[in-house]
Design a protein around this ligand. Structure first.
Ligand code: PMV
Length: 335
């Protein structure tokens, strides 16, 4: 019972930040709907994806998970088990597993890997166990590892309904990768891991006095942005995404303890992007739980935007991305 899958990471246009306080925190049920673009890196050997193989067999005496050659223990292994255990139970199988996973991008580069990682794990495990699930159902199991992984099951543009139970908190595709014309350029200013992971950050969101407003606005914006995506309205999508990103960072900065993911260079980039826009290159920023900036643009402006961003002193590296296809099962195993 062995299977492998490839999944892509995603960038949130409407952010998930904070779990619903009405449910068990381990279920990762969010306090608001969110929307994202699944990303495909336009470089020769780095597509921002994870390749995972999982094998269930009586030959194993214990569960093992290996990420980039490192055996996972503690909290990291716990998150893997949160995805695999309920699937094993559903399939009525009690043998142990071995999992191996690798990213085609450096984990140190400050690019989220949990979304692609847990999406690839859920797809590979469901397939290895012979479970007949829809993509929406698989997305609920990816969610148990990491919230943003819920959206990485689908390609293109994706809507995660917050739902009110394990079964109903799932992701659906808004449209495929070729149906809405938008790319992005990631400007990396700082590599390395962050001080406070999003996994921990989600717990403090509700301590910000602005969080209730953010939740209410995000619900409205999620619906608005879905409409704008379906209407092929890039300007509206960019404006809403930028607003929503600022709401999330305002909540992070005003939480207890406060979370400042921006570096001075992040603000420099924000200012540069505003200037580029004034000069006629229409682009919008969005930033996740880290200092690096995703700059959203029309496909025909991607190269020019990349060139302009590369000239900014604090930018170490840029990566062009377009919307990715669905994540998928692959025959090639890692062991
Ligand atoms: O899935 P997590 O726990 O890594 O949370 C992701 C949080 C953000 O990236 C900041 C926003 C999002 O919706 O992806």
């Amino acid at each position: 019972m062995k299977s492998s899958a490839i999944a892509h990471s995603n960038i949130a246009l409407i952010k998930y930040w904070g779990r619903s306080l009405d449910h068990n925190a381990n279920l990762n049920i969010p306090s608001n709907d969110s929307v994202s673009m699944t990303k495909y890196g336009l470089t020769r050997d780095m597509h921002l994806q994870t390749h995972t193989t999982i094998d269930f067999s009586d030959a194993y005496e214990e569960d093992t998970a290996i990420l980039e050659g490192e055996v996972l223990i503690g909290r990291e292994m716990e998150r893997i088990l949160r995805v695999v255990n309920p699937l094993r139970k559903y399939a009525n199988i009690d043998c142990k597993f071995k999992m191996m996973s690798k990213n085609d991008f450096p984990t140190q580069a400050g690019l989220a890997s949990s979304a692609s990682g847990f999406a690839a794990l859920a797809i590979a495990a469901v397939n290895a166990l012979g479970i007949d699930f829809s993509k929406e159902e698989i997305s609920t199991y990816a969610r148990l590892g990491s919230g943003s992984a819920t959206r990485s099951i689908h390609g293109g543009f994706v809507y995660w309904n917050k739902g009110n139970s394990h079964e109903t908190s799932s992701a659906e595709q808004i449209c495929g990768p070729d149906e809405f014309e938008m790319n992005a350029v990631i400007a990396i200013t700082h590599e390395g891991t962050k001080d406070v992971t999003s996994d921990v950050g989600h717990e403090s969101a509700h301590t910000s006095p602005f969080n209730e407003v953010r939740i209410k606005k995000s619900q409205e914006q999620a619906k608005e942005i879905r409409k704008a995506i379906l209407n092929d309205d890039f300007s509206k999508v960019g404006k809403i995404a930028e607003e929503n990103c600022k709401y999330m960072h305002a909540v992070m900065m005003t939480s207890n303890p406060p979370l400042f993911y921006w570096h001075p260079d992040t603000l420099k980039l924000i200012k540069s992007i505003q200037r580029m826009r004034e000069d006629g290159l229409e682009c919008y920023f969005t930033i996740d739980a880290g200092p690096n900036v995703h700059c959203l643009c029309r496909p025909e402006d991607t190269y020019e935007l990349q060139k302009t961003l590369e000239k900014i002193e604090c930018v170490n590296k840029t990566i062009r991305v377009r919307p990715a296809d669905d994540s998928f099962v692959i025959k090639e195993h890692l062991f």
